[in-house]
Design a protein around this ligand. Structure first.
Ligand code: ZN
Length: 140
């Protein structure tokens, strides 16, 4: 069924400093804090970003690079185990100076200022494993 129940653990508010690469920073954060399962959200702004689109037919990611300063309209993600490490899977909606939106899987981003809310889930471990039906690495 794919329904997994957890208890709520620690909660964090995190200000990510200017110049940090956001995906690497979050990876470091969840592994240093040992957050194996959870929820992450964020707002702020980035100087540049790389976002991905998963082509369901070819099963390839297509990347798009964005520059020139962008608002993080929404950063959403979940945290679970992947290959034994704490792993944050992040999606993002970014707006440019005209308000045009771009969105997708967040590959990397250079922070101007980003504020995160991180909520830890406890009670069991959830591992990502390869999924034949989608070609992705999904929760078991
Ligand atoms: Zn994704």
């Amino acid at each position: 069924m794919g329904l997994y129940e957890f208890s709520q653990g620690r909660r964090f508010l995190v200000r990510v400093p200017r110049g940090e690469e956001l995906v690497a920073y979050i990876d470091r954060l969840v592994n240093e804090q040992g957050i194996a399962q959870g929820f992450i959200s964020g707002i702020g702004a980035v100087a540049e970003a790389t976002i991905g689109f998963y082509d369901q037919k070819t099963r390839d990611y297509h990347e798009r690079e964005l520059t020139g300063g962008l608002e993080i309209v929404s950063l959403l993600g979940n945290i679970s185990r992947r290959e034994g490490r704490c792993h944050a899977h992040l999606h993002v909606g970014l707006a440019d100076h005209s308000g045009a939106m771009y969105g997708g899987h967040l590959g990397r981003a250079v922070v101007f200022l980003t504020e995160l809310v991180v909520v830890e889930f406890t009670g069991r471990e959830l591992e990502r494993v390869p999924d034949e039906a989608t070609g992705l690495v999904c929760w078991r």
